[in-house]
Structures are given as C-alpha cells and as structure tokens.
Design a protein around this ligand. Structure first.
Ligand SMILES: *Cc1c(COP(=O)(O)O)cnc(C)c1O
Length: 232
C-alpha cells in the first residue's frame, strides 16, 4: 500500500534524478507539498516524513488547517487566485505568496503584512500559455510589475511562478518552462535586480521544470493522491 511517506520518497527521488540530469546541485530544488482539499492528518503525515512547506489555494480551507496544525512549525504558501478582500488574511497567515499577478494585490499585501512578521515572500505569476490560462500577468506587463513590486516595503520579491498548459509533450513542456526562465533572466538584467526563485513544475512535469531551472516544485497528486472531481 502506498503511504504519503512512500510517495514523498518517490518524489524526492524524482527531484534528485532531475537535478542530476541537469547537473544541478543536490537540494537546489525544494519541494512544496500542495495539500489543497486534503485533511490536516495528511499534512501531519507529510511533516513526519520531513516536509515543512505546504501550498494551499483556498483561504478558508487553509486557515482551518493552520489552526489544527498550530503545534507544528510549518511554512505556508498561498498559491491560488487572490481576491482583494482576502489579502489581509493572506498577509497575516502565510510565509510565501506564489500567485501575485497585479499591483493592487501586492500593494494590499504589503500594507497589511504585520510589522512583527518578516517581509512576505512573493512570486509574480506569469501567463506563458496565452489564452489557455486566465491567471498570471502577460510577459509584456512583467517588467513594470517586477519594478513596482520590488519597491514595496513589506514584501520580498523572490521570483516568478507559472502554470503552463498541461501537455504530455516533453518538448512543449521544456519550451514553456524555458520561456519563464528567460523572462526571469531578462527582467533581472534590465532592472539589475536579483531574483532567486522559479516556482514551476507539478506532479506530471517536474522533470522538465527542473531541467529548465525550477527552484520550487509544487506537488499535490504525486504526494497525496488524486483530488475529488470538481476540486482541482
Ligand atoms: C493544484 C496545484 C498544484 C499541484 O498540482 P498536482 O498536479 O496535483 O501536482 C500546483 N500548483 C498550483 C498552483 C495548483 O493549484
């Protein structure tokens, strides 16, 4: 029977193999366990097997789990679409936000980040699949957004996040992730601003993402099993 601990070992082996194939340093890629729709007990099991970082898409669900798991030193990442009326709770209860795609949301997160917490780590979500995806800023809007967000006092801009259109075609996966990597390089060069994070790669395409430079892979299904239909 496959347990969460077994799944974590398998995913860790996939990550290590992909790091080696790309001649990247061991542990240069970090595992973000995407626990959306899964119960607190599943998070507890993953923590016992050595995972500390958990990604959630739905605020109310995430806050409930954070309460139930308050005894554990977990790092929570918000990875879902963000409505303006949710920014305060996100600013107060997460260490990272991967899904910022407009300035208004970033400004609110910065204003609402409590003074006693360290700056909120931010990734800007960029849409590299054109009309196939509604979330994420356009590549054309990225430089201005990077420039404005990097100036906000209570945020720490770390890098870019992307969710390319799913495909089984490895060449198409590589091309999409390479686009994200190249956008990051060009925006860093033109603004003279270092970014250390590429949040890209999910259960089905982590090898390609790691080959193209991912530093966080966001893995749900391969760790916790399939989600119920309608809760993707
Ligand atoms: C659900 C989700 C994931 C995890 O996807 P899997 O295919 O289950 O690994 C990663 N990133 C985001 C933004 C998600 O919404």
């Amino acid at each position: 029977m496959s347990t969460i601990a077994d799944n974590i070992a398998q995913v860790a082996a996939r990550i290590r193999a992909a790091e080696q194939a790309a001649q990247r340093a061991e542990h240069s890629v970090r595992l973000l366990a995407v626990s959306k729709t899964k119960p607190s007990d599943a998070v507890r099991e993953a923590y016992a097997a050595g995972v500390h970082d958990f990604g959630e898409n739905y605020l109310q669900e995430a806050l409930g789990k954070q309460l139930e798991l308050a005894d554990l030193p977990l790092s929570w990442h918000f990875i879902g679409p963000i409505q303006s009326n949710k920014t305060r709770a996100i600013a107060e209860n997460f260490a990272w936000v991967h899904s910022v795609d407009r300035l208004k949301i970033a400004q609110r997160l910065s204003e609402q980040r409590p003074a006693e917490l360290p700056p909120l780590n931010i990734c800007i979500q960029v849409n590299v699949s054109g009309e196939a995806s509604k979330s994420g800023c356009t590549p054309a809007d990225l430089p201005a957004l990077v420039s404005a967000i990097s100036a906000l006092p209570r945020l720490k801009l770390r890098g870019l996040m992307a969710i390319p259109e799913p495909t089984e075609d490895r060449a198409a996966q590589d091309a999409a992730f390479a686009t994200v990597r190249d956008l990051s390089k060009s925006v860093q060069a033109s603004l003279n601003l270092p970014l250390d994070t590429l949040s890209m790669g999910m259960s089905h395409d982590l090898e390609s993402a790691i080959a193209m430079g991912a530093t966080w892979v966001r893995i749900g299904t391969a760790l916790f099993g399939a989600r119920a239909p309608g809760h993707q």
